[in-house]
Design a protein around this ligand. Structure first.
Ligand SMILES: Nc1ncnc2c1ncn2[C@@H]1O[C@H](COP(=O)(O)OP(=O)(O)OP(=O)(O)O)[C@@H](O)[C@H]1O
Ligand SMILES: [Mg+2]
Ligand SMILES: [Zn+2]
Ligand SMILES: [Zn+2]
Length: 646
């Protein structure tokens, strides 16, 4: 058996190596222009332009309809959470029409959003995605060999032949040869187009192929050449004239980004001359390098900027013309609690894997810790009377009914604060505070209280205004209140030998009695087997937990019997989760009965043997069944003990 397993593993590795070898061979494809034409003939998409490549890459990952008018694109699924609407806007209103060469591709795609809201992450996903996509069969991309801009080989086809080429190949050719290839065609390749060497390329930011990045720096030291390339002084002395392409380095970010994407960080901080170049490349697909005619470039330009800069830039009349040249996609903060939690889970998973963060590896994160952090981040003020912050948060998170509120109110709530996602607490702040709690002290476990404390301690540096500071402190209190309830529940649950079983027994007991009550019949005594009257005390003990009054009890019980009947008509069986209110009542009843035991057991300084045994059992249950480690399980018990004794 063991040998068999080893053989399988060997076989697997060999198989993988073989595929890798075959892939490498494919990626190293070299041939002539004539051979390239064959490839294009078989698959015209090979000659697609940059926007179409990005669109195909995203579309290839698939999409699912998540609500009536929003589709979720799987391409972003593992990295960006709660941004479905923005991402759908990006794909459907920008990349999709741009991929069909509609005019929108001439605009710069600009991501606008608050700090730490995921703009850079989004661009990185597209950049990294394109690198991978170019290695696949569907994303294969070819270039004239040796071209500094790795240009599309079809540029070799002279203008006068392009119409008939379009008819025969179904491919529209855009753009002219770059100065280098133009020169080589005459001087090296003797004008013989069909023999011009072509190669398959792999896009790579590191190798400076098809992916560029530009970030405004000190304007005194930053030259436009960084975008458009520069004269090669050494070569100039050799070749004599500046207009000789051999004396020019076509290595600006715009040159190398040809065929792919160019990321422009903090675009609105850049000086006019840089923006000018960017507009020309996006709007006219050309780069102007000194001494040369306009050079064609095919680039999807993606810029980003934060909300504040965006507003102040366009608040200035002078900049109005720029509006027409950009396509804005808002990247707001996520507003859903459960998605927020996924952000921190992702960031922690990433850091635990990385070598740099060896110091937080192996640290236990107690249950509810990330939820508490997420809750703090997700709380949003509300003006509606009677709606608590946590209720609003639960509605936003998709809970159907919270008190008197339901999903119908969500739209109203969003209209109340139209810029809700555009400000607030950045995930970066939260994750920094979690990290700080993680590395602080000598504990190897952090719990929700550690995180709340760390958030509170970090607030001063995070917010400037007194007002904001106060508001966030209230959010911490609010979060803490919610957590306290949760903590009590968790401990009480662990105190019951088997929570589910106890709840089910209590429920069944209640239902038997209610059934007898409604039908004016009797119940069987579990011990003697005698017929006895329904147990009014038992029923009321449960109903009182959720405020069902004496006068309303009949109506309530009949309602329950109707749900039981309706569930069984549908072939189901009525369980603890079948009715929300009854579930709450059962839970509360169990806990009330337990309260004194829990209170005494968790807070006694000198537990007797019986109590000690109980505590150990509870801790064991928390560890085995609920994701605690011994450290945080003990801390939880102590914490709940103080809560119950207040
Ligand atoms: N909605 C989200 N889903 C997943 N991760 C997110 C989300 N929002 C933020 N993050 C994470 O938070 C961190 C900060 O995000 P990122 O750097 O992309 O923000 P940004 O918008 O570029 O910020 P800045 O304006 O400061 O440049 C990243 O690690 C990112 O993965
Ligand atoms: Mg950024
Ligand atoms: Zn070229
Ligand atoms: Zn722990």
């Amino acid at each position: 058996m063991r040998n068999e397993a080893i053989r399988m593993a060997q076989w697997d590795i060999l198989k993988q190596l073989e595929t890798a070898g075959a892939d490498a061979e494919k990626l190293n494809w070299n041939g002539s222009f004539a051979q390239y034409l064959d490839i294009v003939h078989k698959n015209p998409k090979t000659a697609d332009l940059a926007h179409a490549r990005v669109f195909d890459m995203i579309a290839a990952a698939g999409a699912t309809q998540v609500s009536e008018n929003v589709r979720k694109y799987n391409f972003f699924e593992n990295d960006l959470f709660g941004l479905e609407a923005s991402l759908a806007h990006l794909v459907e209103e920008y990349f999709s029409p741009a991929s069909r060469r509609l005019d929108i591709r001439k605009r710069i795609l600009m991501l606008v959003g608050p700090v730490g809201g995921g703009k850079s992450t989004l661009v990185t996903l597209i950049k990294k995605g394109l690198e991978r996509w170019s290695r696949t069969d569907d994303g294969a991309i070819y270039a004239i060999k040796g071209c500094p801009m790795h240009e599309e080989p079809l540029h070799l086809i002279p203008d006068e032949m392009r119409d008939s080429f379009k008819k025969e190949f179904g491919v529209y050719i855009e753009g002219e040869l770059c100065p280098v290839c133009h020169w080589k065609l005459r001087n090296e390749w003797g004008g013989k187009i069909e023999q011009v060497p072509v190669e398959r390329i792999v896009l790579s930011e590191r190798q400076r192929v098809g992916i560029g990045t530009f970030k405004p720096a000190d304007p005194k030291s930053q030259d436009v050449a960084e975008l458009t390339g520069s004269v090669n002084i050494q070569a100039l002395t050799q070749y004599g004239v500046e207009s000789d392409p051999r004396a020019y380095n076509f290595d600006g970010e715009l040159n190398i980004a040809n065929r792919g994407v160019m990321e422009f960080i903090e675009m609105l901080k850049a000086e006019k001359r840089f923006l000018y170049e960017l507009n020309t490349v996006a709007g006219e697909q050309t780069i102007k390098a000194s001494r040369f005619a306009l050079i064609y470039a095919d680039i999807a330009v993606i810029a980003h900027t934060n909300e504040y800069e965006y507003n102040s830039y366009f608040g200035n009349k002078e900049n109005e013309a720029m509006i027409d040249r950009i396509f804005v996609v808002r990247v707001p903060y996520n507003l859903r609690l459960s998605e927020e939690e996924r952000i921190y889970r992702k960031l922690i998973d990433q850091s635990q894997l990385s070598e740099k963060n060896a110091d937080i590896r192996g640290i236990h994160i107690a249950p509810n810790t990330l939820r508490v952090a997420s809750m703090f981040a997700s709380l949003k003020p509300s003006k509606k009377a009677g709606l608590s912050l946590t209720a609003k948060l639960k509605l936003y998170d998709g809970e159907k009914q919270v008190g008197d509120w339901d999903q119908k109110h969500v739209r109203e709530l969003k209209e109340e604060h139209p810029d809700e996602g555009m400000n607030g607490v950045s995930p970066r702040f939260i994750i920094n505070r979690i990290s700080s709690a993680l590395v602080k002290g000598d504990k190897n476990c952090i719990n929700p209280i550690d995180v709340l404390r760390s958030l509170r301690d970090g607030l001063k540096e995070f917010v400037s205004g007194e007002e904001d500071h106060k508001r966030l402190l209230t959010f911490i209190d609010e979060t803490r209140k919610d957590y306290d309830e949760q903590a009590k529940k968790e401990v009480q649950r662990a105190f019951v030998y088997s929570y589910e079983e106890s709840a089910k027994t209590l429920l069944d007991n209640y239902l038997d009695n209610v059934d007898a009550f409604c039908n004016r019949s009797k119940v069987k005594d579990p011990i003697t087997g005698d017929d006895i009257e329904p147990d009014e005390r038992l029923m009321r003990g449960i109903e009182e937990q959720i405020g069902v009054s004496e006068n309303a009890k009949r109506e309530f019980r009949e309602g329950i019997m109707r749900s039981v009947a309706s569930v069984s008509r549908r072939g189901g069986s009525f369980g603890v989760g079948s009715d929300e209110r009854l579930k709450e009542a059962i839970e509360k009843k169990l806990f009330t009965d337990l309260k004194d035991v829990v209170k005494i057991t968790t807070s006694t300084k000198t537990p007797d043997a019986e109590q000690l045994k109980k505590v150990n059992e509870v801790i064991e249950r928390l560890v085995d069944q609920h994701g605690y480690c011994p450290v945080c399980a003990n801390e939880l018990l102590k914490y709940v003990g103080t809560l119950l004794n207040r």
